[in-house]
Write a protein that binds this ligand. Structure first.
Ligand SMILES: Nc1ncnc2c1ncn2[C@@H]1O[C@H](COP(=O)(O)OP(=O)(O)OP(=O)(O)O)[C@@H](O)[C@H]1O
Length: 462
C-alpha cells in the first residue's frame, strides 16, 4: 500500500514544542518530521519531498525568515508558515512579505493550527483556471508582471492592498487572487466602504442581534461572518470612518468579531484584500487613516497600472469587451474604423477600463450597423483632466492668476467628473452621490460643457 499521508516538516529548536506538534499533526492524520536548526531543515528539504513546512523564527544557526526565503526561491510550490512569538506582528508581516503563506502565534492552539494546516495544504489542491470573463486581459509588460504577482499572492494568506486609479480593474484583481488560491470554494464578499452610511457600518460588517437598535427586525450575520473561510474585499477602504477603522483593526488582530447587541464573540477566518483609488499613505499623513491599520492591511501592495500606461492593451481590451457585449446582446460584432481605433489609442482614459467599457457600450448602441466610427465613440475632450489630476490634493488653494469663480468652477467640474466616473456615467447615481437633483446635475453639465447628449441612460427627470 502506498503512503498517501501528507508530509509536514516542522522546524523548531524547542524539543517540547517539536514533540507536541508532531503528536498533534499525527492526530490530524499527517506525517510530521521535526528538526531543530536551519541547516537540518535545508538537508531534510533536499532529501525528502514535503507538502508543507512550519518553521519557528529563532533558530540556533539562523532565523526562520532565512528558511522562508530559501523555500520561496528553491521550492516555490511548497507552502511555508511561520511560528511567531505572541503579539509579534513585525515578524509575522516580514515572513509573509518574504513568501510565507501565513503565521501562527504562540501559544499554538489546536483550532488555529488545524486551520493553518488546512489552508496550507489547500494551496496545492488545484484551483480552477479563470474563464474568459474573469481573466485579466492585457499583454503589456506591467500586466504580465501583475499576473505573475497575482499567482504568487493567491498562495499566501497575507493581507493585500491593491492600489490604482478608478476603473483600472482592482476588484477584478482581488477576485482573481481569491479564485486562484486555497479559499476558492469559499465566498468572496466585496464591499464598497464608501457606500455604507456611517451609522450602519458596524452592523453591516459585524452583524447584529434582533432588537439591538431601532430597525434591527431580525438577526443579521454581517459581512465578516458571511465571508468566513473566504475573502473579504474592502473596496474604497480609505472611506472608512475613523471609528470603524478602530473596530476593523481589532477584528483583524483578534480574528474574531462581536455583533451589535451580542454578548459573545465569534471567531472568523477571513483573508482581507483592500483597495482604494486614493493614495492611502497620503491619507495616513493627513490623519484620515490610522497608521496601525495601514500597516496591518498593507502587508503586500500591488498596483494596477492605468490604461494610459499600457496603450498596447487597448486593442485587446476592445476586442474582449465588444465580443462580450455582442454576445450578451445577441448581435453581430461590428468592426472599428481606422479613425476610431486611432482615436482610442490616443485617448487618455481618465476612467480607465471601466470608461472603455462605457464608451464601447454607447458606441454599439449609436452605431447600429456593421462599423463603429469615431463619432460613435463620443470621446471626452482631452483637456478635461490631465493624467492623475483626479488624485491631486484638493487643499492646494487657488493659484494667484485664477479668479475665484474660475477656481470654483474647476473644483465643481472635477467633483462632477469624479462622481460620473465612479458611477459609470450614470447621471442619476452621480447626482445622488453629489447630493443634488438630477435636473441640477444636468444643468451643471451643460454649463460646464460636459453634456454629451444622446445619452438617455437614466431617463429620469425630477
Ligand atoms: N484587465 C482587464 N481585463 C478585462 N476587464 C477588465 C480589466 N480591468 C478592468 N476590467 C473591467 O473594467 C471594469 C472596472 O473594473 P473594476 O471594477 O475591477 O475596477 P476598480 O479599479 O475596482 O474600480 P473602482 O476603483 O471604481 O472600484 C469591470 O467591468 C472589469 O471587469
Amino acid at each position: 500500500m502506498t503512503n498517501t499521508r501528507r508530509q509536514i516538516l516542522v522546524v523548531d529548536d524547542e524539543a517540547d514544542l517539536r514533540e507536541l506538534l508532531v503528536i498533534t499533526l499525527g492526530r490530524m492524520k499527517l506525517d510530521a518530521q521535526a528538526v531543530g536548526t536551519v541547516s537540518e531543515a535545508r538537508r531534510a528539504l533536499q532529501e525528502h519531498s514535503f507538502d508543507l513546512c512550519l518553521t519557528d523564527m529563532n533558530l540556533p544557526d539562523g532565523d526562520g525568515i532565512e528558511l522562508v526565503r530559501h523555500i520561496t526561491q528553491q521550492l516555490p510550490e511548497l507552502p511555508v508558515a511561520m511560528i511567531t512569538a505572541y503579539g509579534n506582528m513585525e515578524t509575522a508581516t516580514l515572513a509573509m512579505k518574504e513568501g510565507a503563506y501565513d503565521f501562527i502565534a504562540k501559544p499554538v492552539t489546536l483550532d488555529r493550527l488545524r486551520r493553518l494546516i488546512d489552508d496550507g495544504l489547500g494551496i496545492r489542491d488545484k484551483a480552477p483556471s479563470p474563464t474568459g470573463s474573469e481573466q485579466l486581459i492585457g499583454n503589456a509588460p506591467a500586466m504580465q508582471q501583475l499576473r505573475e504577482q497575482i499567482a504568487k499572492l493567491a498562495r499566501s494568506q497575507a493581507p493585500i492592498y491593491i492600489s490604482g486609479e478608478s476603473g483600472t480593474g482592482k476588484e477584478r484583481v482581488a477576485r482573481l487572487i481569491h479564485m486562484l488560491g486555497p479559499r476558492h470554494e469559499k465566498p468572496f464578499i466585496a464591499v464598497n466602504c464608501g457606500a455604507i452610511p456611517s451609522e450602519l457600518m458596524e452592523s453591516e460588517f459585524f452583524g447584529h442581534r434582533k432588537g439591538s437598535f431601532t430597525g434591527a427586525f431580525e438577526d443579521r450575520k454581517g459581512l465578516f461572518r458571511e465571508a468566513d473561510g473566504g475573502t473579504l474585499f474592502l473596496d474604497e477602504v480609505a472611506d472608512l470612518p475613523l471609528h470603524m477603522q478602530v473596530k476593523l483593526l481589532r477584528a483583524i488582530q483578534e480574528k474574531s468579531i462581536r455583533p451589535v447587541g451580542e454578548a459573545h464573540e465569534f471567531e472568523v477566518n477571513i483573508r482581507i484584500v483592500c483597495a482604494t483609488h486614493k493614495d492611502l499613505a497620503e491619507e495616513v499623513v493627513q490623519g484620515r487613516f490610522r497608521q496601525d491599520l495601514y500597516y496591518r492591511l498593507n502587508v503586500i501592495e500591488t498596483r494596477v497600472p492605468p490604461l494610459r500606461e499600457r496603450p498596447e492593451d487597448i486593442p485587446l481590451l476592445v476586442e474582449h469587451i465588444m465580443a462580450r457585449l455582442c454576445d450578451q446582446w445577441q448581435m453581430p460584432q461590428p468592426s472599428l474604423s481606422r479613425a476610431a481605433r486611432d482615436a482610442l489609442r490616443e485617448y487618455a482614459f481618465p476612467g480607465n477600463v471601466r470608461e472603455l467599457e462605457n464608451i464601447l457600450e454607447r458606441a454599439l448602441t449609436l452605431a447600429d450597423g456593421p462599423e463603429i466610427n469615431e463619432r460613435h465613440l463620443q470621446l471626452r475632450a482631452p483637456v478635461e483632466r490631465a493624467p492623475g489630476q483626479q488624485d491631486a490634493p484638493r487643499e492646494a488653494g487657488r493659484p494667484a492668476n485664477q479668479t475665484l469663480e474660475d477656481y470654483l468652477q474647476e473644483i465643481e467640474k472635477r467633483e462632477i467628473l469624479r462622481a460620473l466616473d465612479t458611477t459609470l456615467w450614470n447621471r442619476t447615481a452621480a447626482a445622488k452621490k453629489l447630493g443634488m437633483t438630477f435636473r441640477s446635475l444636468r444643468y451643471r453639465l451643460k454649463k460646464l460643457g460636459l453634456d454629451q447628449g444622446g445619452d438617455e441612460d437614466e431617463g429620469e427627470s425630477e
